[in-house]
Design a protein around this ligand. Structure first.
Ligand SMILES: Cc1ncc(COP(=O)(O)O)c(C=O)c1O
Length: 383
């Protein structure tokens, strides 16, 4: 195969707002580099508006936010937490770290989100929480999940790593469960390199979260002047985001409207541009359920099988375009198997892992570059 001389199109490039340097410079100058500093407060206020007034805690990652959620809910050995098998490790590992056993449930074939039809069969007297993941920022069937959770008195922790700006009937993803988490990893729509947030929709959990975030101490109450010294009072860790990262996050949040408009345009161009080709080649496109608005976090296709997915990836790579597959089924990972994953029946997760390809989608991707990708995919079918 001849090496292509076409310009390289990476799978991803982090977005860097025009004001990043200015805000980072100001944060450096301020001398306040630790967590919950001035930039963190600005981000928390902005995010709280997006989450209908919820309390927001900035964390070093979404993984840390999920651990903090487990800590706040006082998850302990013997508890079970239900997670989809088709997700990132952290949806399960954050709870496993506190002793819970993850119970893997399959995803729905159209949405790749936790299948509510399979959820109830996984509930036992030991179940404490359900962790729905809004894959690609497309809403889970939250009506069914919340109804099942309420009937069994279970907590819902939405892993909303992909879903900032996603909504369901006008309500932000991440505002349905008692808690939810966000990721600001460099691959996300809004990023600060590494970062995340825990969103609390239940005010009665706020004090526990303040303690969990501050190494298990009541330092927050001390900073508010409510006590004259602080001490170790409960389980916790260091779940704080440095204000240097928060400055980058703030800069990127300020430009989010422009970024979102372009990402959505790119997403729609993929969806419309590939519709005929997908129909002709047995390829499934993302399905957006009625009432859901998604944030164009990622664009994927489900090829007929593993072989065709690999072939398309190679075809793109041969022309200098980088595509990516995504999650491997968690129930079959070494840790998943150690938790009894072999008993889980998750065929859709296995298929999604084999069939799924993600195409380049980022704020600086130009329409001309995307046209090249569209042409390449369409020409592949004729090969
Ligand atoms: C669904 C999901 N949850 C959690 C995470 C972990 O995010 P972070 O890298 O911010 O810890 C990811 C990572 O992309 C993810 O896809």
């Amino acid at each position: 195969m001849m090496a292509s001389t076409a310009t390289h199109i990476p799978f991803h490039k982090p977005f860097c707002a025009s004001t990043c340097q200015r805000h980072l410079g100001a944060a450096l100058q301020s001398g306040k580099w630790a967590g919950n500093g001035p930039y963190a407060q600005k981000c928390r206020t902005r995010l709280s508006e997006l989450f209908h007034g919820a309390s927001v805690f900035l964390t070093p990652s979404c993984t840390a936010a999920l651990e903090m959620a487990a800590c706040v809910l006082e998850i302990k050995p013997g508890d079970e937490v239900i997670v989809p098998s088709f997700t990132f490790v952290s949806s399960a590992s954050g709870f496993a770290l506190f002793g819970a056993r993850p119970i893997f449930v399959d995803v729905d074939a159209r949405s790749l989100n936790l299948d509510p039809e399979r959820l109830e069969a996984a509930i036992t007297p030991r179940t404490r929480a359900i962790v729905p993941v809004h894959y690609a920022g497309v809403a889970c069937d939250m009506d069914s999940i919340m109804e099942i959770a309420a009937r069994h008195r279970l907590e819902v922790v939405e892993d909303n790593a992909h879903g900032l700006f996603g909504t369901l009937r006008g309500r932000s993803l991440g505002s349905f469960g008692s808690l939810s988490t966000l990721s600001f990893h460099e691959t996300k729509n809004v990023s600060c390199g590494e970062g995340g947030a825990l969103i609390l929709n239940r005010p009665d959990l706020v004090e526990r979260a303040e303690i969990a975030q501050e190494k298990g101490t009541n330092r927050s109450r001390f900073l508010m002047g409510l006590i004259d010294k602080y001490t170790w009072v409960a389980p916790g860790s260091s779940y704080l985001l440095s204000d240097l990262n928060a400055a980058l996050l703030w800069a990127n949040l300020e430009e989010m409207d422009r970024v979102q408009a372009h990402r959505l345009a790119l997403w729609n161009r993929y969806q419309e541009g590939l519709a005929d080709w997908c129909r002709a080649n047995g390829v499934d496109q993302p399905h957006i359920p009625a009432g859901a608005e998604h944030p164009a976090h990622l664009y994927y296709l489900l090829l007929p099988d593993l072989e065709s997915r690999q072939q398309l990836m190679l075809h793109l790579r041969s022309q200098n375009v980088q595509a990516a597959y995504h999650y491997q089924p968690l129930h079959l990972s070494p840790m998943g198997l150690a938790y009894g994953g072999a008993e889980a029946d998750c065929p859709v997760s296995v298929q999604a892992a084999n069939r799924l390809i993600r195409l380049p989608l980022y704020a600086d991707l130009k329409f001309e570059e995307q046209d090249r990708i569209l042409d390449m995919i369409q020409s592949w079918s004729q090969a």
